[in-house]
Design a binder for this molecule. Structure first.
Ligand SMILES: C[S@@+](CC[C@H](N)C(=O)[O-])C[C@H]1O[C@@H](n2cnc3c(N)ncnc32)[C@H](O)[C@@H]1O
Length: 260
């Protein structure tokens, strides 16, 4: 894979800011996420909210996952993001999402305290360089949530380095990361080539303490497996590949916490 893993498109090696970054993320395939990540986020949400509830997708990017959540859970989804370019793509592409709002200086424009029954936040931590940045996001999410509302976070375990997953590779084998440490990740695009991205490592064991500091309780973490995906993910996707690396060491962690 290393020959292909060149990161040769506009936005290569970058985060997802600007128009090129937004377009680059929209071209990512995310097969591993659709196997072991997003369906389990939806499952965690469905255990705590019902049809008609308000769900904020914090860091919604181009809005694809937000749209799936709206259709699958029957909820009213509000997508929010710091990137005007991502929001522009999302508005143009996704009709199942009710509203989109910009996050500026850590605050979501136009959304009141406790307006959300639930919040999901998928692959946003990897953009955050240090604990104050993570705490700022968690504090804003806490503001948006009604007391008792669930916050479901999807993140990649930075310590799963070296394995070649269907749609991602994380850093180098055997590396143990400190919180916020720079980490190179490669994501497979829909055309089969690889996009190199500069991320920040958030060891999953660090998240419960940070969530509690920001006003959350009852933190639970799960690491979905391919066996569980047989019940939870799209059956055609499950059958589509052998998922060798995903079976050996599942790389995604779903963290759920309740607003205190
Ligand atoms: C890797 S993309 C993930 C998009 C989407 N959640 C998904 O899973 O497809 C990360 C997104 O988080 C947004 N983001 C980064 N920092 C943020 C912050 N502090 N608050 C809100 N959104 C942020 C980026 O602009 C980008 O759209």
């Amino acid at each position: 894979m290393s020959d292909e893993r060149t990161g040769d498109s506009p936005g290569a090696g970058a985060t997802w800011s600007g128009t090129e970054g937004a377009r680059a993320f929209a071209a990512v395939e995310a097969a591993t996420d659709w196997l072991l990540g997003y369906p389990f986020v939806f499952r965690a949400l469905s255990r705590r909210i019902g049809a008609g509830a308000v769900l904020v997708d914090y860091g919604c990017g181009p809005g694809k996952v937000a749209g799936h959540a709206a259709r699958r859970l029957g909820v009213r989804v509000i997508g929010v993001d710091t990137s005007p370019e991502m929001l522009e793509l999302a508005r143009a592409a996704e009709s199942a999402v009710a509203e989109f709002h910009l996050v500026e200086d850590g605050r979501t424009e136009g959304l009141d305290d406790a307006c959300a029954d639930a919040v999901m936040c998928n692959h946003v931590l990897a953009s955050l360089p240090d604990e104050p940045a993570v705490l700022s996001v968690f504090t804003e999410v806490r503001r948006l949530l009604r007391p008792g509302g669930p916050f479901v976070l999807l993140s990649t375990d930075p310590d799963c380095g070296g394995a070649e997953y269907a749609s991602l590779r994380i850093g180098d084998p055997g590396t143990v990361h400190t919180p916020g440490q720079a980490l190179t990740v490669w994501l497979r695009r829909t055309d089969g080539s690889w996009q190199e991205v500069r991320n920040h490592a958030w060891p999953v064991g660090r998240l419960p303490g940070l969530l509690e500091r920001a006003g959350f309780r009852d933190v639970v973490q799960e690491r979905p497996t391919v066996g569980e995906a047989l019940e939870t993910a799209d059956p055609d996707l499950v059958r589509s590949r052998p998922w060798t690396a995903e079976r050996e060491r599942p790389p995604l962690v779903v963290t759920t916490a309740l607003a205190a």
